[in-house]
Design a protein around this ligand. Structure first.
Ligand SMILES: [Zn+2]
Length: 607
């Protein structure tokens, strides 16, 4: 469907962007921007980042050939810095800018164009017209001519349609630049379905699906998840006559299925997702692929952001600054709590059973406990540093920072289980209170502390200081036990035992990460080493040492037998090294199990 047309006759847009798929084989969009009433020294700029993905990405690197005309006169754009220009022109007389954008990144964050598919975010294609960003913006998406051997394209976006054809090409309207930047556009011969959730029209488009894709199943599950989330925030009467209204009047899921990829980016009325084709639901399958649960978790996560980060949001995001990093210490709440609820709401929507849910929590807990960086940075500091740490991962990342997604999810679980244990409601009540008090707007950490205090009947300052602002361990096992979940110790995997993350390929072991304080670090192994083999003392006196080439870490048990000490043979920068390595003993990981299912059900029960 085309999104519903705006009811009132809107203020005419003073800014008009015409987007053409100029050359699909060269991956080039052409954009023509008409500014009805420019300033005499009109500045324009392209964002350096896209909200939701906290890294300066310099989108202007893909912009080329900027030219400007006013009537018949050519105006000369002067480049001011890496992402902005000034055009010397006559004030108040229509100014036309024309440029191309190279679109060859199939992530959800930028833009893509080839013979099969087009996709773009406004942050990649649409220059900001300084001084006019709060005015209505019109976007015209031009239907490309069909290429020989390719199907006719359609166009999908959550923007309000002004005048579009049956395929969705034509003119759309955004209230301001923020809405334009927040409304990605998908083009191609995609699969599409519409459904209703609590009175709100939803659409799901899938690009890249194969013949085995079960669209009916995807819609059935997505609808259940959306409904659970609507009810989470607004109660059972949401969308009914006289009941509360959800904050959005339309929503579009845009999923791109590829051979290898995963991710999502949240928007106020839509989300762009990427997954592998193998994770899509399969027609006639008795059991869906394991990755399908991960995809449903992603859908649940991005949809939860409709409330938690796109409306309820850090005070620092009250107005985005598109030209610089926007720092906040609150991503543990906006990403971490969203990560807690994405899986919990799958459980509540009946898409997971208790055992399946515990498996997901178990994985999150072990991931955090196996990251030495949790003892280096708090989740609040990790949030502030996201721009240079979490989004710029390298071999030191696990040692120097902690994910505000995974530890943030465990912080949420600790708050939830503590409130429940003390008989004071739950974290659900805290989230709803935050929503009501802020009217779905910007909040500061003090608002979170106050909401916890109101719901919990006491100050949570100590927990916030310890769980959010320090590197103290979280009281996970005590809280889980109080809710019917016991923790067992399982032997650690070989890589974890050694304090390594490796890639095993082409018959050798490549060291990717050496974890802080582990046996591998003590032996002197380093990231990028190739671990070739091991040497052991002679079986009997007078015999040569035993030496083995290793291809997999799990083979160590085969060669070591009772030995704990070995010489690791390592290649580094073309040199061959002999490092003395001792296998540590007694390292374990956690295994969760439901010891008291009735108690557990009180926490996880579907609502
Ligand atoms: Zn997120």
């Amino acid at each position: 469907m085309a999104p519903p047309a705006a009811r009132r006759r809107p203020e005419a847009a003073a800014l008009h962007y015409r987007v053409e798929c100029a050359d699909r084989h060269a991956h080039l969009f052409t954009v023509t921007l008409t500014i009805d009433k420019p300033a005499a020294q009109q500045r324009v700029s392209l964002p350096v980042w896209i909200p939701g993905s906290y890294l300066v990405r310099e989108f202007a690197k893909n912009l080329q050939g900027l030219s400007a005309t006013q009537g018949r006169r050519a105006a000369l754009p002067e480049q001011l810095d890496k992402h902005s220009w000034r055009i010397d022109c006559v004030a108040g007389k229509p100014l036309v800018l024309r440029y191309q954008v190279c679109a060859y990144d199939h992530s959800v964050r930028t833009a893509w164009l080839d013979a099969d598919r087009g996709f773009f975010n406004g942050t990649s294609l649409c220059l900001r017209v300084e001084g006019q960003t709060d005015r209505p913006h019109a976007l015209e998406v031009v239907a490309p001519d069909p290429l020989a051997g390719h199907a006719t394209w359609s166009c999908a976006t959550a923007l309000h349609a002004l005048q579009v054809d049956a395929q969705g090409f034509g003119r759309y309207r955004a209230a301001d630049y923020d809405e334009l930047a927040d409304s990605p556009v998908e083009m191609g011969a995609f699969w599409s379905a519409e459904f209703d959730v609590c009175g709100v029209p939803h659409r799901f488009v899938v690009a890249g699906a194969t013949a085995s894709f079960d669209g009916k199943k995807l819609i059935e599950d997505t609808r259940a998840i959306c409904e659970a989330e609507m009810r989470f925030w607004h109660g059972d009467k949401v969308g009914r006559k006289g009941g509360p209204k959800p904050p959005h009047d339309r929503y579009v899921f845009m999923l791109n299925a590829v051979d290898d990829g995963y991710g999502g980016l949240e928007h106020r009325h839509s989300t762009a997702l990427i997954c592998t084709r193998r994770d899509l639901p399969q027609l006639g399958a008795r059991k869906q692929p394991e990755g399908y649960t991960t995809l449903l978790g992603l859908i649940s996560h991005e949809y939860f952001h409709t409330w938690n980060v796109k409306r309820l949001r850090p005070i620092e995001f009250a107005r985005y600054d598109y030209g610089h990093e926007n720092y906040t210490r609150l991503l543990w709440l906006f990403e971490g709590f969203t990560s807690y609820y994405d899986d919990l709401l799958l459980r509540r929507a009946g898409r997971l059973d208790d055992a399946g849910y515990l498996r997901l929590i178990n994985k999150t807990i072990n991931g955090v406990l196996q990251a030495p960086g949790r003892l280096v940075q708090s989740v609040a500091d990790a949030s502030f540093d996201a721009w240079v740490k979490y989004y710029r991962q390298d071999e030191q990342t696990p040692n120097s920072t902690i994910s505000y997604y995974t530890k943030g999810a465990l912080v949420a679980m600790c708050f939830d289980l503590t409130l429940r244990q003390e008989g004071k409601g739950s974290l659900d009540d805290v989230m709803r209170l935050l929503w009501q008090r802020s009217e779905g707007g910007p909040i500061a950490e003090a608002d979170v502390a106050q909401a916890l205090q109101t719901v919990g009947g006491r100050s949570y300052a100590q927990e916030i200081a310890s769980w959010v602002h320090s590197t103290d361990e979280l009281p996970l096992s005590d809280l889980l036990r109080a809710h019917g979940v016991a923790t067992l110790d399982d032997p650690a995997q070989r890589a974890q035992e050694l304090g390594l993350r490796v890639a095993e390929a082409n018959g050798s072991v490549q060291v990717k990460v050496v974890l802080r304080g582990g046996a591998a670090e003590q032996a002197g192994l380093a990231a990028n080493d190739e671990w070739i083999g091991i040497e052991l003392p002679p079986a009997r006196r007078g015999q040569p040492p035993q030496a083995w080439r290793i291809a997999k870490l799990d083979d160590l048990a085969l060669y070591l037998g009772p030995h704990r000490k070995m010489t690791a043979l390592v290649a580094r920068d073309r040199r061959l090294l002999r490092l003395q390595l001792t296998m540590p003993e007694g390292l374990t990981t956690w295994r969760l199990f439901a010891k008291d299912p009735a108690l557990l059900a009180r926490w996880l029960a579907p609502v």
